[in-house]
Design a protein around this ligand. Structure first.
Ligand code: 3HC
Length: 315
């Protein structure tokens, strides 16, 4: 068989992408495709794992057993999403330990939203409704990602995210229909989480260094701005339905475009948080490093057991 020049290989690869043929782990792929997928998928996994921290804080302070059980289930789901995505990243040749070390060293990113504190019980509702709501908007599109393992992981994860979003919205609905103090708690949570939730979709398209290529390779099926706009259009009516006001005085339905107009995002705040200067960045990474240290004995015991069993089997 003629040894295909890389350019021929890349052209054949792009033709596959254009024909909506899924790329699988053992298929030939450009190094840059592999690299950007490892970047995005590992950071997605980091986001799931760090995302457990703000909510875990409230498990022991949930107002009743039902709420505690729901929150426990959600946090456990997030851990599973993280493990699922770390495993999907390994199908590209990424090393799990090195990937996690990149998070702890600050080399890898995770979603900026998780660097904001969960200050009240209403925040747990806002996180479910807005953060998981934004994640769903983004992840439903990723179900059509060109890389097979990532797309398939998203199908399972989106099913669980829908429960996360509904339980958060129901929690806020309960508060918004409660006493004036409870309604105020719900409004305060919306005020603090609305803008960081919009930032989850990433910079504006013309400021995004990765989007153009990710769209060409059908990793991204909708752009950052399209997904953000879809999220706003879907979420504003939900806020209005429970009597909450989205904290944006320029928010206005535009009959011509069929979308909400909104105030431009404060990208200085976004990059401050992404670059490590958010309210909780240090606390979050310290917690992850501590979790790794505290769990070391479990990993060592499991490895010792596996080693012993391997020796026994080969004896
Ligand atoms: N927080 C931190 N970093 C962000 C960010 C955010 N909200 N948005 C963008 N960035 C980073 C990007 O990672 C990129 O940096 P890098 O090149 O060093 O990785 C840089 O800013 C420029 O952004 P781009 O738009 O060019 O980057 P992408 O094309 O990768 O798009 C993305 C960013 C939309 C977040 C995309 O990576 C993506 O879709 N990721 C998968 C979904 C994901 O990670 N979601 C995070 C939340 S998960 C979650 O909330 C789970 C829920 O269950 C709690």
């Amino acid at each position: 068989m003629k040894v295909l020049e890389t350019t021929d290989l890349e052209q054949k690869f792009q033709d596959k992408i254009d024909r909506e043929v899924k790329i699988e782990p053992n298929d030939w792929m450009p190094d840059a495709y592999r690299k950007t997928l490892i970047r995005q998928m590992s950071q997605h996994a980091h986001s799931e794992v760090v995302g457990m921290l703000p909510e875990a804080n409230w498990i022991t302070r949930a107002p009743n057993l039902r709420r505690k059980a729901v929150l426990l289930a959600k946090v456990q789901d997030e851990a599973g999403h993280g493990l699922y995505l770390y495993s999907a990243t390994e199908t590209l040749g990424a090393d799990r330990e090195a990937t996690i070390d990149d998070l702890h060293s600050g080399k890898a990113k995770y979603s900026s939203i998780f660097n904001y504190p969960a200050l009240s019980w209403a925040d747990i509702g806002a996180i479910g409704w807005l953060v998981d709501g934004a994640a769903i908007m983004n992840q439903v599109a990723l179900c059509r990602c060109s890389y097979g393992p990532y797309a398939r992981a998203m199908v399972k994860i989106c099913k669980e995210e829908s429960f996360h979003q509904r339980q958060g919205y129901e929690l806020l609905t309960t508060l918004a229909n409660g006493t004036p103090e409870q309604k105020e708690l719900a409004q305060d949570a919306l005020n603090r989480f609305w803008w960081p939730a919009l930032m989850m979709f990433g910079p504006n398209d013309d400021e995004s260094p990765n989007s153009a290529q990710s769209m060409k390779w059908k990793i991204k099926r909708l752009s950052n701005d399209e997904l953000r706009q879809n999220f706003i259009d879907a979420t504003v009516p939900q806020a209005e339905l429970i009597g909450l006001k989205v904290p944006d005085e320029n928010l206005k339905w535009n009959e011509e475009t069929g979308h909400y107009d909104f105030t431009p995002i404060n990208w200085d705040e976004f990059w401050q948080v992404v670059n490590g200067n958010g309210p909780c960045n240090k606390q979050r990474i310290d917690a992850r490093r501590k979790a790794k240290e505290n769990g070391m004995w479990v990993r060592e015991a499991a490895l010792a057991f596996a080693e012993k069993r391997k020796k026994k089997q080969s004896a």
